[in-house]
Every structure is written in C-alpha cells, then in structure tokens.
Design a protein around this ligand. Structure first.
Ligand SMILES: Cc1ncc(COP(=O)(O)O)c(C=O)c1O
Length: 364
C-alpha cells in the first residue's frame, strides 16, 4: 500500500479478494446451459422458482412467503411506497441505515427515531413514542447494525415482539449481516419471534457478492400478495440470470463454506480494529460488535466532530457523514468505521491517522 494513499472508512464493501469469482463463472456456465431458456425469458414476478424454494427451505417458511428482488435496498423502497401513505408514522432506531431513512422520508412518512443503546433501542423511549403515535412499521437492523455494530438483546427483542402484537405494527427486520457472527450466540430473529408481524429482508450482498443484486423478503401470508403484485407492476420480475447463478451456487453447497471463509477473514480484521482503538483512542466511547461490517464511535463533546469529518482527508482518511445516519441529522460526533473491506495493515494505519485527527480537532 502506498504510504500516502487515503484510507477509506466509508462504504460497507465486502473484501474484493473474497468475491467467489471463479465459482460464479462455473455456476454461470452450468446453469445457463441447463436453464438458459428460462433465465433469459420473461419469468414469474416473484423471482426464479428454484431459488425461492431454496430460501423457503433454508428459513423453514412456505414458498409463497418468499419474494425475490434486486437486492434488499429495493424492498425498502417497496415498503415505503406500498405500505405507507403520506404522513404515516414509521419508527426507526436512531441512528439507523442512512438509505432506509431516506426511503421512508421520500415516501412522506413521519419518521420517528428511537435512541439506540449498546444492546438495542431504549424501550422506555419506544413505549413513550407509542403513546403519541402508533407506527405502521418499525424498521430495525437487529444484528450487527449498520451503522453502529449494535445487536439487539433477546429481552428487547421479546418486548418489541410483544408490542408489535399489542399495537399491531409491522416489524421490518433488515438482516443482511446476520450470518456473519464472529463471537457469541445468535438471538432469535423477529421472523422466529413474531412471524405474523415480521417482514424479514436480506440479501446475498454481504455473504456472496453485492454485484449480483439478489435479495429476498419473507413475510406473513396476509401481506405477501400485495408485495408480489407490487413487484409485478413495478418491473414484471426481478433479474433472473443472476438469481439462476446464485441458485446454482447454493445448490452446490458453496454458500456455507463461503460464509465460514468470510468469517475467518473478517473476524481478525474486527479484532485488529478493536485493539487499535483500545491503544490509540483512549477515552473515546465505542461499540464492540460481535460480527458484521461496522463499529462506531461517539466522540466526546470536546472534539469538533463536524470539522473532523469535513477535513479528515487532511490526515489521509475518508469518513462518512455521521449526520446522515440520524433521523434528526444530529450526528456530528458519530463516526462509523467499516472493517471488512480493508486489510489489517490499512486498519492500523487508518486508526493511527484517525487518532491524530482527533487530537487536532480537540476544542479549546
Ligand atoms: C442494513 C442494510 N440494509 C440494506 C442494505 C442494502 O443491501 P443490498 O445490497 O442487499 O441492497 C445494506 C447495505 O449496506 C445495509 O447495511
């Protein structure tokens, strides 16, 4: 690595070296030979049938509950436009995935941010917000959240599940990182805890390749027909060719070893970043995730976070705009640090540079 090259602490990209390109080439060749006439023709609005069935078996749900789509991001816009009317209330964790906030705001929703703690949302704030307005949807990233790295604890999951039944709102569970756990035990999903109220979305972006743009949604039987129809009226059907390749990859049993290989690659990167933060950023409060792609810092007040973010490149690092992750835009002192797409060497360099930048931007 060039000493002067900036280190990008911005996008949550998987490691390029881990993209299973050779396997894809083989799978593409095989499935196109076998299924070319299906994959290159118009198809069913819910996606490529064999992949739908594979996912239904994987998650132990019914075939009709699965809808394929071009990535999970696409589903966020589906929810925003199909399930929400202008002025409807949506709850989100605060901070939350910036593109989800944008999708909900674009649809004209009344977006209410519930403060996020190291073990999930603050339940008192959640219950107080319910007294003001019951949301149509609660959007949550319960496992290794983007942007914080927080995982929602079981007790909080149980209470949210109970409240969704009592107040009759849907839980949109966005879980693209769930299979990338490096330590500890998985709590159950909302799909397991409260299936009748959960729209579970995920994709192959983080566990295989984001370029294939293959996502899936699993939901209750009373909501799914609306979503299947919306899919048909929006794009007739999602892209079948990449779904075919993904199917062949899964059918050959390659997904599970790929996830294991990713965990072996990413766990030491997370550990390296945690150790560097312990060494270089004493006195700064940060989340210690158990998996996923991100961790995050809450900088103390004496640091001018806005100036730090805007001028980080003076120190050879590039940061995301922290305020984009907050429903009220108040994230000047919030820093998201992705650790999967960069090498341990880059992590060490980047955190050392960040420490220098923090010193420089201390107020007073
Ligand atoms: C929480 C969350 N949801 C959805 C997405 C979008 O993923 P996809 O590539 O499936 O559209 C991301 C991507 O970073 C994400 O972090």
């Amino acid at each position: 690595m060039d000493n002067n090259e900036p280190i990008y602490f911005t996008r949550g990209n998987p490691a390029t070296s881990a993209l299973p390109i050779e396997d894809f080439r083989m799978c593409a060749d095989a499935i196109i030979q076998k299924e070319g006439k299906v994959l290159f023709q118009y198809g069913h609005y819910s996606g490529y049938g064999p992949l739908r069935q594979w996912i239904a078996d994987w998650f132990e749900v019914e075939y009709e509950q699965v809808l394929m789509g071009n990535s999970s991001m696409e589903f966020l816009t589906f929810f925003a436009f199909l399930l929400l009317e202008k002025g409807d209330t949506v709850f989100l964790e605060n901070p939350s995935y910036d593109r989800a906030i944008t999708a909900m705001k674009r649809a004209g929703a009344n977006v209410v941010g519930i403060p996020l703690e190291p073990d999930g949302i603050n339940l008192d704030a959640f219950e107080a917000a319910l007294q003001v307005s019951v949301p149509k949807l609660f959007y949550i990233v319960p496992d290794f959240q983007n942007p914080t790295g927080v995982t929602t604890a079981l007790a909080k999951r149980n209470r949210i599940a109970e409240l969704s039944r009592e107040y009759e709102f849907l839980v949109v569970e966005d879980a693209p990182y769930r299979f990338l756990r490096y330590q500890g035990e998985d709590p159950p999903t909302f799909l397991e805890l409260v299936p009748e109220k959960t729209l579970h979305i995920s994709s192959f972006s983080k566990i295989m390749s984001p370029g294939v743009r293959v996502g899936f949604l699993i939901g209750p039987n009373d909501v799914m027909p609306k979503l299947h129809k919306w899919s048909e009226d929006t794009y007739i059907h999602p892209a079948l060719v990449t779904e075919g390749i993904v199917y062949e990859y899964c059918r050959r049993g390659l997904l599970e070893p790929n996830i294991e290989a990713l965990k072996s690659l990413y766990a030491p990167r997370m550990e390296c970043m945690l150790q560097m933060l312990d060494r270089k950023l004493q006195g700064v409060d940060f989340i210690r995730p158990e998996g996923g792609f991100f961790l995050s810092l809450n900088l103390p007040e004496e640091i001018n976070g806005r100036a730090l973010q805007l001028n980080a490149d003076d120190f050879g690092i590039v940061l995301s705009d922290g305020s984009g992750f907050f429903t009220d835009g108040k994230g000047d002192n919030f820093v998201r640090l992705p650790f999967c797409g960069i090498s341990p060497e880059e992590i060490e360099k980047g955190v050392s540079r960040l420490a220098k930048a923090l010193d420089y931007h201390r107020r007073g």
